[in-house]
Design a binder for this molecule. Structure first.
Ligand code: 3H9
Length: 737
């Protein structure tokens, strides 16, 4: 047998006590991570590394030693490998990658272990429930047979972490599932369900009822049969259509713009069709290493953990009791209210949606129906599920039934007077203990709460448009908001399949407050001589889903116009403000919805340069005495992105955002910042805070101090050679979360 050299890993895996093992009927050998027991001649190997049975140090060694013991035991006729708890194996331990990249630990290959499993002379049956992801599926494919619980999922999601399968996944999967499906799974990372896995021959059987019982019965059936080795299968590799790879590359260029791992994954699967297994594995390893050491993979791994860290709030422990949300009510059936209503229905929560007039209510419900129907058409939702979700929604013009709601979500027009009026009304109707949530995107949540007698139950739930699609939910903590309300909001976000991020009560909270200087710089750049297309194009090429001016056109220029009017009194005299957006609005150019804004839009909402806007910009700039010059892409990106970073650092310093990682999660999930850059704060760390600060100082010198005042935290971290990542680590350690 090939040997697995997990040498420096100190584990407590005892060798199976042969005497005890052979002397009792229900024989069990245990260690902390992997255990072996015998059930009537079938060895059962159980991996137990909560929460997701990742292949952390000790697990591969445990599998190896238990497989070896079972293989050598004459009382064993076949082996079942299974996972304890909620899942099979969710993959390699992602935390270990950083240690490998930093040189703290050497990279250990799983390949020798997988060969040992595959070369085992007794049939090895992998019994899969929950998820067999990444290294988990790679382990599974090294077994001779795979049986799946009907609810199980399998996948190679490594590309979502900026890497590719690194333990022969790109070599074994095409041999089992066929090349086209292997390319898709390895390059795009989405999992498949048990039925599809069965149809593709990744799974040999689906077990209804108890998985382990079924797997043992299956093992008994195959005990006397040969042990088919995945690596020796050739049938599905033959006559591969070469256009599969070209098409996948095209798709990756389009849907994974800027990312290197999907292309590497395609190359690795392609290698499986050209090279013998061993050479294919060597090629995969080379590509894996290249990806692992890339900044993209560090960024995506940061994003993975950041998304999971946001729910940890100092002072709100995980065991904080939550309010039960059984019924909801939403005020407003407009763009946001409609999306929010869908979020409740999607989470199986019955919801009333109230509008002031029948026409608006009908329009809102028609949009909701259209959105669901479009998901059904795309095959993303079953018709029955659409019907069920619609049945949970009660549209109406009155407050009837509001007294039974556990949460009331307000989504009326942005304006303090109106919000306060609505909150005073719902406070009168709502039952005691009902949470009142405002979807305000800028306004002071404490002032809104002051219109009620229950400020402790008032919270901001700021969704992002389209609210039924965007994953971000900013949860805004008012001065008096109870911790139970925050814990409930976080849990609700999860139920809605969203990521909740806590924000303090500052104008625009996290996301929109940072957006203000970002959009300001985009507008200044066009006033100074860049074209609208230059600005949009530079940030699009940087990786942002949509350039800043294109995004403003999509959101509607009137939205910012309204907000500016609300806050005009806060503008400091003598400080430069963008001059063109208000004029566009005065001319009725609100962006996409009116066909004209920063750009012109055709009936399919395709943009083209608008000479009238260009003339307006030029004329306005000349009148204001702004010097026009040619501006490079680097300056465009630095001015917009470092404006985000500096504002983010202000927010961190002020405690409005808890962690730099929270800001990253906001920008990745709410504003189309490219995940492979990790978010604005992670990106700043990769550039180096000294460089970022120097650039900000340069802009300050050129454009005046008020707008480019470096955040004190940025200066402090830069001067001490630190980073936002380090700031987060120290803060988290101090808070003990
Ligand atoms: C790989 O396998 C490379 C291979 O080719 C081998 C190369 C040699 N490692 O998401 P949750 C933690 S790459 C370490 O909230 P859920 C997670 O941080 C890997 N930790 O639960 C969280 O910790 P905490 C390929 C992990 O039920 C806790 O577990 N595999 C890992 O919503 C619960 O996670 C993947 O990319 C891990 N692999 O979802 C799968 N996975 O409580 C990544 C999770 O401290 N994982 N944690 O915040 C997932 O997609 C989801 O976690 C999963 C469960 C669907 C499994």
């Amino acid at each position: 047998m090939a040997s697995f050299t997990g040498d420096e890993v100190q584990t407590s895996i005892p060798q199976v006590d042969r005497l005890t093992y052979q002397s009792v009927d229900c024989r069990t050998a245990m260690n902390e991570l992997v255990s072996l027991s015998l059930r009537d001649g079938i060895a059962v190997i159980t991996i137990s590394n909560p929460p997701v049975n990742a292949l952390s140090p000790g697990v591969p060694e445990g599998i190896r030693s238990t497989v070896e013991s079972a293989a050598n035991d004459p009382a064993v006729s076949a082996i079942v490998v299974t996972g304890a708890g909620r899942t099979f194996i969710a993959g390699a331990d992602i935390r270990e990658f950083a240690k490998v990249v930093s040189g703290e630990k050497p990279r250990r290959s799983l390949l020798p272990l997988l060969l040992e499993i595959e070369d085992c002379p007794k049939p090895v049956v992998m019994a899969i429930h929950g998820t067999a992801f990444g290294g988990g599926l790679e382990v599974a494919m090294a077994g001779h047979y795979r049986v799946l619980a009907a609810s199980a999922q399998v996948g190679q999601p490594e590309v979502k972490l900026g890497i590719i399968p690194g333990a022969a996944g790109t070599q074994r999967l095409p041999r089992l599932a066929g090349v086209a499906k292997a390319v898709e799974m390895c390059a795009f990372g989405d999992p498949i369900g048990a039925r599809e896995a069965h149809a593709l021959e990744i799974a040999d059987a689906i077990i209804e009822g108890d998985l382990l019982t079924g797997a043992i019965a299956f093992a008994r059936e195959v005990a006397a049969k040969p042990c088919p080795k995945t690596r020796e299968r050739q049938k599905k590799l033959r006559d591969t259509d070469p256009s599969i790879f070209a098409k996948a590359r095209q798709r990756a260029e389009k849907t994974r713009r800027g990312q290197t791992a999907p292309l590497a994954a395609i190359e690795a699967v392609e290698a499986a069709t050209r090279l013998p297994f061993d050479a294919g594995c060597a090629h995969e390893a080379e590509l894996f290493d290249r990806c692992l050491y890339s900044t993209q993979s560090k960024a995506l791994i940061h994003a993975f953990f950041a998304e999971r860290a946001v729910s940890r709030i100092p002072g709100v422990p995980q065991e904080t009791p939550v309010y039960e949300i059984r019924r909801a009510a939403v005020i407003g059936a407009g763009t946001m209210g409609g999306g929010i209503t869908m979020n409740y229905a999607n989470a199986s929560i019955p919801v009333i949606v109230k509008e002031a007039g029948q026409e608006a209510l009908d329009r809102g419900m028609a949009v909701i129906r259209r959105n669901y129907a479009s998901s059904v058409k795309k095959g993303k939702l079953a018709q029955a599920e659409m019907d069920h979700r619609l049945s949970l929604i009660t549209p109406q013009l009155t407050y009837d039934g509001f007294e039974q709601a556990d949460i009331i979500a307000e989504a009326v027009f942005e304006g303090m007077a109106l919000k306060k009026q609505v909150f005073a009304e719902i406070d009168r109707i709502a039952k005691p203990g009902c949470i009142l949530a405002s979807n305000t995107s800028y306004l002071d949540i404490d002032e809104i709460a002051s219109a009620t007698r229950r400020p402790q139950l008032v919270v901001g739930h700021h969704y992002f448009s389209p609210a039924n699609v965007m994953r971000l939910l900013e949860i805004v903590r008012g001065r008096d908001t109870d911790k139970e309300v925050l814990a409930t909001s976080m849990a609700l976000a999860k139920r809605m399949n969203k990521v909740g991020v806590l924000a303090g009560n500052a104008r625009g909270f996290i996301g929109n407050r940072m957006l203000t200087p970002y959009l300001r710089e985009a507008q200044f750049l066009v006033e100074e001589g860049a074209s609208v297309e230059d600005v949009n194009g530079a940030l699009y090429d940087f990786g942002i889903a949509m350039g800043p001016l294109a995004m403003s056109d999509l959101a509607g220029l009137d939205v910012g116009w309204r907000a500016r009017r609300e806050f005009r009194h806060l503008e400091k005299p003598g400080v430069r403000v963008p001059l063109v957006a208000d004029q566009l609005c005065e001319q009725g150019r609100f962006g996409q919805k009116t066909g004209r804004g920063w750009s012109k839009y055709d009936e399919n909402r395709q943009p083209s340069p608008d000479p009238e806007t260009a003339a307006l910009i030029e004329q306005t700039a000349r009148k204001a005495g702004i010097e026009r010059r040619s501006i490079g892409r680097e300056e465009i990106v630095d001015r917009c992105v470092f404006a985000l970073v500096n504002e983010g650092a202000h927010l961190l310093g002020e405690g409005i955002a808890l962690r730099a990682a929270d800001i990253d999660v906001v920008y990745l999930n709410g504003y189309g910042f490219p995940a492979w850059r990790g978010g604005p704060m992670f990106y700043a760390d990769t550039v180096g805070l000294k460089t970022v600060l120097a650039r900000i100082e340069e802009f300050r010198e050129r454009h005046g101090g008020d707008l480019w005042l470096p955040a004190p935290l940025l200066r402090r971290l830069s001067e001490s050679g630190s980073s936002f990542g380090e700031f987060d680590r120290q803060k988290q350690a101090a808070a003990g979360v």
